[in-house]
Design a protein around this ligand. Sequence first.
Ligand code: GAL
Length: 649
Amino acid sequence: MIFGVDYYPEHWDRNEWENQAKLMREGGFNTVRMGEFAWKLFEKQEGEFDFSFLDEAIEILAKEGIKTILGTPTAAPPKWLVTKYDVLLRDKYGRKREWGSRRECCSNSPDYIEKSQIIVREMAKHYKDNENVIAYQIDNEFGCHDSTRCYCEHCQKAFSKWLKAKYKNIETLNKKWGTVFWSLQYDSFDEVILPGYTSCEGTYGDRWAHNPALDLEFSRFSSDSWVKYQKMQIDILREYTSVPITHNLMGHHSSIDYYKLSDDLDFVSWDNYPDNQWGTSEYEYVSMAHEIMRGVKDKNFIVMEEQAGAAGWDIVGQTPRPGQLRLWTYQALAHGGEGMVYFRFRSALFGMEQYWHGVLDHDGVPRRRFYELQKTGRELQKLEKYFVDNKNDYDVLIEKSYDNLWAHGIKSHAKGYNYENHLYSFYKANADKNVMCAVSRGDYDKYKVVYLPAYNIVEDGKVEKLTEYVKNGGTLVLTFRSGTRGDSNEIKPIALPGVFSELAGISVDDFDAPRRPVKIKGKAEGNANIWCDIITPKTAKTIATYDSEYYKGNGAITQNEYGKGRVFYIGCDLDGKAMAELVGYINETANVNTVSAPNGVEVIRRNDCIILLNHNESEAEVDMKGYSVLNNCEFTGKLDGYGVEVLKR
Ligand code: GAL
């Protein structure tokens, strides 16, 4: 199992490397990731290549039994490159993203593509026979620092080409986009603009200025551009090596379609910082991020950067409490991780990330965090079989769609509505009952319940597939703002909930984005705050009604028996209590296994073990028996604060 650290030998005097490698081995680390920001050292001036510093580092580490994951260095272009070539991103106001940080290049700049090709090829050639290189990471965190969309002339040209390939002729585009609105018709693909600054912006907010089809297509195009850029690097590496290739993704991040991005990768890896200067994530939010990362390829992942210390850029975040690094490790593994790499080995003395603490502090002396990870690594050696290559069954699927995410972001329906929060509310309610909940797409038959929240842009064949699933006994959950938009973000002239009307067995004849909380009663008691569909049941039965406003007594949530299965339609948002009640009821009807545990205790039932995670600072008592494979004894039911247990199934 990969148990490693992110390492930057270039940040340390050469005479420290041997000792650092020894210390890593003592810590139990067997892998490093290196190289991803060292372009200038690899190519001092254009065409002058020198990998000697990395060669030496790889060798020193190998002597201690430590293997290398090599990052291609394209996220940090050297100054000579940006000075000589036109590679920098332009923002929507036409401003150049200046050099001086990282991730400032445009994926459609021909020069950036060419120079990337050259450095990646040199690297691949140089390391093709090096047995200590066990994997590649392409670039670093595509999309980070708001770098997905670029408004330069190269993007303009590439966008025209991309649109032409999709729409074939400009009349089709005009018709599908409805450019007749405000006289926005185009005479050729070359004329199509990028959704930059316009007269409307500022009056109503920055995303409201453009035709919604243009905006959505530009999101798709921008995402595709990075997918293509990544593929270009993968193809070059593949000419020289067969080691697995990954990229470090960012969990909930959403400007790139992670399904497409990970299609070309051998495995997904990702960067997890649960508690940094910008705040503490709820543990369910972190679990969901892990599940998204597992779900994009429906395959185990590794964490390429796991928080190892207090994390911040200009200020320091809260330091991980004793036990938390171990707890976060088991949380990752419980949700589909099968390898851990901690960011970073030793805290940097200089540069932007002086405050982003690693396993070791600035002075390099092993302390609490080092010893905690050392202990964790030793434990994991015994438990490897529970994680590596181990597949899990999930009862519930929450389908995440990037198309829908972008479209809801362009026109978010109501104040306070956010698609990702909407998805998270269902994940959290299930996670709090310890339901095995995947976040992915497709292949519905594997699951007892499928949540398709706010699925508004519906691809061809989707309804048929869902109908089969429900007919065969599946439980489908639909929510408001579903089923009425087409691929170009246009609204279809059909009654709500559009293409899902028959499956849901309802019609929505009126709706409200209320200005005050609306009461709900029935199978979910509480308030709606953002949206209320006023439902007329047809073949469905109403299981919750509104209890205030002019629509008091009307349907808020329905249940439709269909074939051997059923469809729930949730017409409103639900506060935490109402959501928990409803999800409880749905799980009951669909025979989904739930487990009650004290607040803050996560119970993950993998196929051959049960993992208990106490996210509370204080001790917790769980009503559960079993044999602890962690401690080789019967489990007493007691978990320490931030404690972990692994029980045999
Ligand atoms: C990640 C990034 C790392 C480092 C870390 C801490 O997002 O991949 O290179 O910057 O954050 O800020």
